[in-house]
Ligand binder design. Sequence first.
Ligand code: FEO
Length: 171
Amino acid sequence: MMNEKMVAALNQQINEEYYSSYIYLAMAAYLDDSDLDGMGHWMRMQAQEEYLHAMKIFDFMVERGARIKLSAVAEPPFEWETPLAAFEAALDHERYMTDNINKLVDLAISERDHATNNIMQWYVSEQVEEEANVEGIVKKMKMMGDSGQGLFLMDRELASRPVPTIVADGQ
Ligand code: FEO
């Protein structure tokens, strides 16, 4: 049985993960509109991954007998100044999400909710990967500067991102 504070915090995190999905979908729309289909594809895959992050918490709460309460998802931004600005915003967003996860770990520890702490450790590792992936893209995009050829090659590279999956055992 999960306590009320923990249930409320996890409900909020489901909303945050849905917002993440939504903001990446907005970035996909912006990049598609800029004829950067590979980058748009990468953002679509990221949006799907965020949906899976939300559902992993959803399923965990169901398993624990906690009542899920969905709330309104905020409207994401409509556009960014440049493709680089969009990826920089994605990196800022991932850092924000890492902070959220760390707070959930703190709460799980203070509430002595070991099961939630355990699943949150998966998210701790996932956030290291999430930040590193976006940071790598931002660094490469900064290296290529305003080069159209660089943008073209980056777009082609990001087009190969596979469809994300999260298997049931949390790996
Ligand atoms: Fe679910 Fe990218 O944080």
